[in-house]
Write a protein that binds this ligand. Structure first.
Ligand code: PAF
Length: 284
């Protein structure tokens, strides 16, 4: 696996592959890789001839008081895991390469609408930072296809909106959420949890499943959402939201059928966890 630290080296590498007619997939990450990331790599491998992964802990997507400074950084383990997973090139930009005019003078991308609700309402500016860095990464790597996880459901919607709106010639693919044996969605932030919190954390997936069961049974959304919040509070969480939405994250009308996604964001101690569950009211 090549380790690339300059734009020149990256462009030479990917340009060479493209000149040879090879299809290039891209998996952007913030490092501290776990099996959830490696499943993105596997999907990328299936869909392309060469795979580039990036590791960049993006300062612009962390708000004041969030965990940018303590976000786990494990560069050697990440590189070893990526090489073992069949990654061809690891893109390791530094902050000056990503934001040549400095973070404060950086051109920002803002996707309206979908960034103003749910995660966007609770983490103002977060998705501007995500869209801003993903646009740069797309321009740097110039992949044919890029893979993102379904666990970050709203992030995926933001990136899809941006890619279409800015006409990036990149196919955006979504990979299924990987879960621990007790249902907890894999996340780098799980390691902030102490042993007791780790046991409690699986409640999020259980509550999502209850939300799905009750929605399929035709119960009203307001009751399901209120009970989900209460179940989270009883388990020791401070929920930010527990909602049922259409796939585009808009609010469904009462009695309306079709596809749904249940989404939860909740704090457990100092750790904020998110997860979601997709289902269809018409097909179970
Ligand atoms: O999902 C992530 O790890 C990050 O938000 C991403 C897409 C790599 C952008 O920094």
């Amino acid at each position: 696996m090549l380790r690339l630290q300059t734009l020149e080296a990256l462009r030479q590498c990917v340009g060479g592959w493209k000149n040879d007619g090879l299809r290039v997939a891209f998996v952007p990450t913030m490092g501290n890789l776990h099996d959830g990331h490696f499943s993105l790599l596997r999907l990328a491998r299936e869909r392309a001839d060469r795979v580039v992964a990036s590791v960049f802990v993006n300062p612009t997507q962390f708000g004041p008081g969030e965990d940018f400074a303590r976000y786990p950084r494990t560069p050697d383990a990440d590189a070893g895991g990526l090489a073992a997973a069949g990654c061809d090139a690891l893109w390791l930009p530094d902050v000056a390469t990503m934001y040549p005019h400095g973070v404060d003078a950086a051109v920002r991308i803002r996707v309206p609408g979908v960034t103003e609700i749910l995660e966007g309402a609770h983490r103002p500016g977060h998705f501007d930072g995500v869209a801003t860095v993903v646009a740069r990464l797309f321009n740097q790597v110039q992949p044919d296809v890029a893979v993102f996880g379904r666990k970050d459901y709203q992030q995926l919607a933001v990136i899809r909106h941006m890619a279409v709106d800015l006409a990036f010639p990149v196919e955006v693919l979504a990979a299924a959420t990987r879960r621990e044996a007790d249902g907890l969605a894999m996340s780098s932030r799980n390691q902030y949890l102490d042993a007791g919190e780790r046991r409690t954390a699986a409640t999020i997936h259980a509550v999502l499943q209850q939300m799905r069961t009750r929605a399929l049974a035709g119960q009203p959304s307001e009751c399901i959402e209120a009970d989900a919040r209460q179940a989270l509070v009883q388990a020791g969480f401070v929920p930010d939201y527990a909602v049922l939405r259409r796939p585009d994250l808009s609010e469904p009308a009462a009695g309306e059928g079709g596809a749904r996604v249940a989404l939860i964001a909740a704090r457990l101690g100092r750790t904020r966890l998110i997860d979601n569950l997709e289902f269809d009211l018409d097909n179970g």
